[in-house]
Design a protein around this ligand. Sequence first.
Ligand SMILES: [Zn+2]
Length: 250
Amino acid sequence: MFKTTKGLVLREVRYKEADRILTILTESDGKITAKARGVLRKSSRSAAATQQLTWSELTLFGNRGKWTVNEGSVLEGFSGLRDEIERLALGSYFAECLEAFAVEDQPDPALLQLGLNSLYALSEKLGEPEKIKAAFELRLMCLTGFQPDVRACAVCGKTEPEDPVLSLEDGVICCRSCRKASWDGALLEEGALAAMRYVVSAPAKKLFSFPLEGRALQNLSRASERYVQAHAERRFSTLEYYRQFTEKTI
Ligand SMILES: [Zn+2]
């Protein structure tokens, strides 16, 4: 069965001499694994379309749950990512997160849109990388069933908690003084809670339009990544790689 769909290539692994095994977030079928034969040969016309972090139109052949990429053409190559290693590393982290949270064979337009918008913003330098990262991570959590409840302290009910803490496991906020000893939490600096509140409810196209910079932005970004890790129950090698480029600035 042949099918034409659009897909974001999350991962490519070289296989045999000239093949690639791809993980693709497709419009029609959600996350799939597909083999792309011969794409590493010089004569191949589908090499660019099957490269990691590329949004492509793909003709797939499906047989008993196994997919093969028959043809591909690039729709958006996010070329801005390719000329700056820090942004490329962060884009790879977005891809690893999407792969970790996307469900196989289940289309998820909102998740796909988040991935595309975030990579586009990163590629076109529409904001500081840390801002795009924090917004991506928080929104990813919202879309995959882990939306934090950021309205008020979960213990005393104050709508403006004092020295707010994000409880990583429960996805609630509380005042520092209300925090239970057993809660693994991330302290939120001034402005970070307001930014979180913005990100959980902002329209998709305005996701990155919040004013936060410097220390508070770093703080939000760290809290967001810890929140992702707590729910993914794993670490991300691409994040560790990205941090090699940012550690010196923190
Ligand atoms: Zn409280």
